[in-house]
Design a protein. Sequence first.
Length: 117
Amino acid sequence: QVQLVESGGGLVQPGGSLRLSCAASGSIFSIYAMGWYRQAPGKQRELVAVISGSSTNYTDSVKGRFTISRDTAGNTVYLQMNSLKPEDTAVYYCNFKGYSGGYLELWGQGTLVTVSS
């Protein structure tokens, strides 16, 4: 089994920063990619950022403000969010794609990020 544990959401003022963390644990053979998605009220879930090996990809609205990274072991992914805007308010979900006795895709439980003054 593989588990994902997210942390780091909260309330922040516009222009502020937050860092989200997502730790994958359990019987992981290999990780293909880990990433962050978000879902705002009344909207569909969208990709925010993804990291696969040394490659990263971001949705246009967060480029230059958000940075995705992984720890040296590769099982924890971070999303550093700077210059936050009210439109960044959403539930952020960690996503895991990898292999554990077969291909596996998992979602974290979600963490709420609220950007408001």
